[in-house]
Design a binder for this molecule. Sequence first.
Ligand code: PRX
Length: 671
Amino acid sequence: MVVPESQDKMYYPPDDLQRDAHVPDLNSYLAQYRKSLENPEAFWKEVASEFFWKKPATGPMLQYNFDVTKGNIYVKFMEGAKTNICYNVLDRHVREKDLYEKVAYYWEGNSPDHHVTITYRQLLSQVCRCANVLKRMGVKKGDRVSIYLPMIPELVYTMLACARIGAVHSIVFAGFSSDSLCERIIDAQSSVLVTADGVYRGEKLINLKLIVDEALEKCREKASSSINKCLVVRHHLRTKSGTASNKLQTPWDSDCDVWWDEAMKDAPEECEPEWMDAEDPLFILYTSGSTGKPKGVLHSVAGYLLYTALTFKCVFDHRHDDVYWCTADIGWITGHSYITYGPLANGATSVLFEGIPIHPHVGRFWEIIQKYRVTKFYTAPTAIRLLMKYGREPLQKYDLSSLRILGTVGEPINPEAWQWYHEAVGQGRCPIVDTFWQTETGGHVLTPLPAATPLKPGSATFPFFGVEPSVLNEHGEELEGEAEGYLVFRRPWPGLMRTVYRDQERFENTYFKKFPGFYVTGDGCRRDKDGYYWITGRIDDMINVSGHLMSTAEVEAALTQHPAVAESAVVSRPHKVKGECLYCFVTLKDGMEFSHALVQGLKTLVREKIGPITTPDFIQNAPALPKTRSGKIMRRILRQIARNENDLGDLSTLADPKVVEVLFSQRCEAA
Ligand code: PRX
């Protein structure tokens, strides 16, 4: 990369941040970056030296094959080493460093009246007790544990307890439906499920245990029930204010269900960690796949530890007295890497927030920043756009002077939202780290470093240490200099996924087949003349709604389960707050009538089948879909109709071009 005499407006790091930053300026970034590529062995050895190894690595730090033509794809990091990630993020601080009474989390509930402070010592004690409970339930090294919990401390306790005893956690975002949960339990073949009775999201009470029971029933119907025990946190019961309107029925099966508090009561506070091989699996996290079936992305112990720890330290320029807040849910990768593992590996103090940005008022985020004196704040463009709608007034009521660095993740940030974040939230003095990464990458791969990187709004700027991006054209040729094409990586970094759980073939086909020798992200990108990377969005059939990736196939499969629907096609349409939203075309079976009630019914169906985040915004009647002569739906045309783009280009490959006119005339203007 060259450093820029750019025509774009640049934002330079503030002097005070540069003074004693981990990566204090651009030259230092460039030198370390070069070292990480030229001598990865030395680079990662130095990073690893900060952590505890029961046994050192016996082989090279990083071994891999990225080329399908040369055999199986694999990535191995620190082979031969033994460690435990839970020991490294907790015991190491409590025993070896002096973080005994340091706050690990300020937990802030959905209601501002509910909050708890958890120190590192308390966290370790709860994690060990939970680990003993899981062991008592028969969980052993290598077993899978599914977790369906809201953003409460027990979620962190459980994931770290699994890591401590070598069990593989599979967290399912607690906004997913019973069908989605069932599918993920079956794929992971988990023996234990951890959940809660219920939770408030804003004003809405969600009966999680009921959803769990439906999911388990569905597993049984498919003759695939692997769950022996269900551990249930009494969360709603402990936080409810006791009015008649918030009563919750918690269905109970005494053969299987166990209350968390009863199980924890007599569980010992000591639990020897299981010493794991560096490449043993740490967790599975499901992400949408373009075929509709979610992929179980598998991450392993040592590489993930080092990568999340180092990215957290550098990207947020972590200081001992920081109060860091990432607003993501731990049900997504952002929460795994940058609420749990990365911050704890650095001995950080974080806010753990259960609620939503606009409850009980639209200034909730700003209120929390003031309350805990948050210094580093990490959120998603969709949240910024949502809060922008309410103007600057809600911000002006709070003192945001503690903020030093702002971050975004999940989707490209539009310039308007970037400016607002920078001016209104950061008061013009906080750099914004626009971090590009994926469930698969484990941690940030393209990102600014706050004291080193001059920013261009909307660009994720440069690669992190150890990451070597490239831009390819359709023929797989590497493009030099200014270019636009497929974003790929030519070598692994320690935090990259290791496989798709129980489906190595899918792993290779999805990420490595298209361009042998490269990991293919599925995103398009542009590299400008200064070497800055700009993500242009997905190039596969995936849609990014509010920072959540979903496949069109998955939504189509849900729609076609409706008895009135013969066929469906789902495309994206730009949305002011969500970035993109779902625009669905449905062809009805003969004799069925398109009506408002049907539209509502279809929206409910998709919510129920997948989850509320996938609720379609638009459903259009499509007497027929535009297809090629070979019967392939031409999604490009549907996307243009959804976006009201009149110039439809070449329609000659369509079997029946008249279909398009009809669809255009009936398009939905408003949701
Ligand atoms: O399309 C990119 C987009 O989100 C996708 C990854 O989604 P997921 O695995 O759910 O992980 C999201 C949180 C890491 C990417 O392929 N994406 C993520 N971050 C950015 C982004 N697009 C543009 N800019 C970003 N900063």
